[in-house]
Design a protein around this ligand. Structure first.
Ligand code: TEU
Ligand code: CA
Length: 554
């Protein structure tokens, strides 16, 4: 099969609200992004995934869309978008938009009509059900805590919202909804965008009969029981046939609850559905058995290795992997799996980057990850903006499962706001993000961790990412090589090989701040060092704290 452009791409994710403010209102915007496109090009990434910029009341910071074909007022105008798109293309950067069509905002005109009466033509654009036994139609819970059903006085019925109550789920079983979505997608593609990241696209086909599910610690059944529903692939194949197949796109499904088997359909190399998917198994590897993501778990490297290796080997030759540690929903990987200690932070950031970027699949770099940005030192629940963190904290706190102190500790490790503090451009006021008051506080460590300083320093995390990205462009063994995990049981070492014909890579990653003993396999003893995070070669038989080395033979 001939190589697709996105199989050698490295994607840069922008969360517009926190990337660059251009008018001093403390909120990132489109002109701000346009002013930073050269930086993204300099890093070497060739595609941008733009989190939503559509009109929105910002109940979930843009993932609640009230007009799919207009721009959010705080971010600018459609003219600003067109300028950004044109400049991006002139720099050789592609733009992939965030498509949020499992749900809309409750302020979308479709929903305003739908909720107005039972016989309104838009009624069946959404999912309405009669209550049961004086309560909700079933025991499904929202991702943000509480029930997934909201009672609506006007017509005395409940509507489904797997996320916030201001994000009513669209009814994908209604062919008119699919027509509306496909027409809107085509409108954006006609403007020249280069693909879509599809928000919770695995949830669009709800289970037949809307059965109750197993109740979790929050008192409801997980929204993920809607994943991979009965018509999921039928709808995606229809989308592909009617829209996607007419263009040369990167499409990535954010597929909560996806399994390896399901991914073979979603991301099939035959081009029948999407280019690739974001899976979450590796993101759940450190979850607490009761509180899930909402408690700090201990690192379990063998489990993380098993998951990532299963996806590397399971999709080989059948479907395409995405590769990510960070995004706008995840805590910063340096704080999660690396070290914030000054002497180790950059070493661990480079090690984590190497571990991911030497794998098979398309890597995603989230804004600030290329600098080794870290979580924020929250001190109070009141500082938190994220609707998901707050909703789940309140649900657990009310059930006596989490004290306020535990809540703050949880926020420090887990809140999505850790990824949403402003991009750290320089060591000046507000890290150069805004001349005003930022909507979320800038991490005080921007005086040490910022783009301006790292662009000038050859051994910075920024320049290390540049090298990794350039290697992917250059070496077929990184793009297409066979993956094999070594030392599966080792608690601190993540070691694997990639082989393609006579060429091979040995990727060694020490996920600890301890010195580790490790003997290089004979096949790589005389191999050259392709990239490493220490300036000098590793001492024979040893690995230093957070050390990573990639050996290349053939
Ligand atoms: O996230 C959907 C999703 O799967 C969430 O459960 C996500 O994994 C969780 O936030 C991680 O803690 C998408 C968007 O990425 C997220 O920002 C939105 O809040 C959500 O959908 C609703 O649109
Ligand atoms: Ca602004």
């Amino acid at each position: 099969m001939e190589e697709k452009w996105w199989q050698r791409s490295v994607v840069y994710q922008i969360y517009p609200r926190s990337f660059q403010d251009s008018n001093g209102d403390g909120i990132g915007d489109l002109p701000g992004i346009t002013s930073r496109l050269e930086y993204i090009r300099e890093l070497g990434t060739d595609t941008i995934w733009l989190s939503p910029v559509y009109r929105s009341p910002n109940d979930d910071n843009g993932y609640d869309i009230s007009d799919y074909q207009d721009i959010m007022a705080e971010f600018g105008t459609m003219a600003d978008f067109d300028k950004m798109l044109e400049k991006a293309h002139s720099l050789g950067l592609k733009i992939v938009m965030d498509l949020v069509v499992n749900h809309s905002s409750d302020e979308h005109r479709w929903f305003v009509e739908s909720r107005s009466s039972k016989d309104n033509p838009y009624r069946d654009y959404y999912i309405w059900r009669e209550g049961k036994n004086g309560g909700a139609p079933n025991n499904w819970g929202s991702c943000f805590g509480g029930s997934a059903w909201q009672y609506d006085e006007k017509t005395g019925m409940y509507y489904l919202h797997l996320f916030s109550k201001k994000q009513p789920d669209l009814n994908w079983d209604n062919p008119v909804v699919r027509d509306e979505v496909f027409n809107m997608m085509d409108w954006w593609l006609q403007k020249g965008i280069d693909g879509f990241r599809m928000d919770v696209i695995s949830l669009i086909s709800k289970p037949d009969g809307f059965p109750d599910g197993e109740v979790g610690p929050g008192g409801y059944a997980s929204f993920q029981l809607c994943a991979n529903g009965p018509h999921e692939h039928e709808y995606l194949r229809e989308m592909n046939r009617r829209v996607l197949s007419k263009y040369d796109l990167l499409t990535v499904g954010e597929t909560a609850g996806v399994t390896l088997e399901e991914a073979k359909s979603y991301a099939n190399l035959d081009g029948s559905e999407l280019s690739m998917v974001f899976q979450f198994e590796h993101m759940d590897a450190d979850f607490h058995p009761v509180l899930g993501r909402y408690a700090e778990q201990h690192k379990n490297l063998p489990r993380l290795k098993e998951i990532l290796s299963r996806w590397q080997n399971g999709l080989e030759g059948i479907a395409w992997n995405s590769l990510y540690w960070d995004n706008h929903d995840q805590p910063r990987v340096v704080s999660r799996y690396g070290s914030e200690k000054p002497e180790y932070r950059e070493l661990s950031a480079k090690m984590l980057a190497t571990c991911l970027h030497m794998m098979q699949g398309t890597p995603y770099v989230y804004q600030g990850e290329e600098l080794g940005m870290t979580n924020y030192p929250w001190t109070s629940i009141d500082e938190i903006n994220d609707i998901e963190s707050l909703g789940n904290y309140r649900a657990f706190h009310e059930k006596g499962l989490m004290t306020e102190a535990e809540g703050i500790e949880m926020m420090r490790h887990r809140s999505r706001d850790n990824a949403r503090t402003p991009m750290q451009w320089d060591d000046g006021p507000e890290a150069g993000f805004t001349t005003g008051t930022p909507w979320l506080p800038v991490n005080p460590n921007h005086t040490v961790i910022n783009a301006a300083e790292q662009r000038k320093r050859p051994d910075s995390v920024f320049h290390y990412y540049q090298k990794l990205i350039a290697l992917r462009r250059e070496l077929d063994v990184i793009v297409h090589g066979h993956y094999e995990l070594l030392e599966p049981k080792h608690p601190d070492l993540f070691i694997y090989t990639r082989t393609l014909g006579d060429e091979g890579l040995l990727v060694i990653c020490n996920f600890s701040e301890c010195e580790q003993a490790y003997e290089i396999p004979a096949a790589y003893r005389d191999a050259e060092i392709l990239i490493a995070n220490y300036p000098d070669p590793a001492p024979a038989g040893k690995l230093r704290p957070w050390e990573t080395v990639v050996y290349r033979r053939g």
